[in-house]
Each structure stands twice: as structure tokens, then as C-alpha cells.
Design a protein around this ligand. Structure first.
Ligand code: DQA
Length: 145
């Protein structure tokens, strides 16, 4: 099984940005953690991070016919981007939304998630372990469609 892990704006700043909210683990450590977990579970992973909405849309489109699942943390684009929602719907690849922080307990503007409407599940507020849970969800879904 091949899973594409997409991170949106400012997630490359993990470890530096608001550690009280997002923790002290940096982006490279996160990728190593996900890779190790995926490998142990027989899942192949590829990673992509961008601060640009169009680049994220392009990457989702390129995943068509290549990946069996997508894990996406769209960062702030979660709350604004219909284009990302349309992209995941267009490719029809099972997608799980992840948020490191518990957005449900934060500002009002974080209560809207457009991407959620195109996702099979959301993992919210479990720190970076949420990415591992998202892999479990996609794996389970591919084994029991
Ligand atoms: C985030 C939550 C978003 O509201 C925020 O804009 C982010 C990170 C999270 O992982 O908790 O950039 O997606």
C-alpha cells in the first residue's frame, strides 16, 4: 500500500512555531517517525509539504492512479480551501485529515473544515501520533473495503 502524506503551510516550521500548541518535535523528526511506523506496518510513504495552495492541489491531482491513500494536514487551508476539497474529491483517493492540535477547542475560525467533507476520517488533537493513526485507518480501510 502506498500513502502520500501531505502537509500544508507552516508545518515545515514544526518545533519552532508555537511549541505550546504544536509541540517541540521538528518537521524532519515527524517524517522519520511516520516513515518508521509505516515501514513497520508494510506501508510505503511519500511526503510533500508546501506553503502554496496550488502546489498542494497539483500534488493531490498527481496522486491519482499512484497512491492508495492520502494523509493530509492542510494547516490553515483546512479552514479556507474549497480547492483542496475539490481536489481530494476529484481523485477519489481515500483521504484522512489530521490536525496536531485540537482545533475543536480553538478559535471560531478553526471550527470550519472544508477538507473534512472529502475525507473518510479525521484525527484531531492527538499530536503528531495522529499521522500514525491516520495510516492505521487507511490500512484498515484498504484491507476491509
Ligand atoms: C493545524 C491546525 C490549523 O488550524 C493551523 O492553521 C495549522 C495546523 C494543526 O495541525 O493543528 O497550521 O492544522
Amino acid at each position: 500500500m502506498k500513502i502520500l502524506v501531505i502537509n500544508g503551510p507552516n508545518l515545515n516550521m514544526l518545533g519552532i512555531r508555537e511549541p505550546g500548541i504544536y509541540g517541540s518535535e521538528n518537521y524532519n523528526t515527524l517524517l522519520e517517525k511516520i516513515s518508521a511506523y509505516a515501514e513497520k506496518n508494510g506501508v510505503e510513504t511519500c511526503f510533500f509539504q508546501s506553503n502554496y495552495e496550488g502546489a498542494l492541489v497539483d500534488k493531490i491531482q498527481e496522486a491519482y492512479g499512484v497512491f492508495d491513500g492520502i494523509v493530509i494536514n492542510p494547516g490553515a487551508y483546512t479552514h479556507t480551501s474549497i480547492a483542496l476539497l475539490d481536489a481530494v474529491k476529484a481523485v477519489g483517493i481515500p483521504t484522512v485529515e489530521v490536525h496536531i492540535s485540537d482545533v475543536s477547542k480553538r478559535e471560531d475560525f478553526r471550527q470550519i473544515s472544508y477538507i473534512r467533507l472529502g475525507c473518510i476520517a479525521s484525527v484531531i488533537g492527538h499530536g503528531t501520533d495522529g499521522y500514525l493513526e491516520a495510516i492505521d485507518i487507511l490500512k484498515e480501510r484498504s484491507e476491509n473495503p
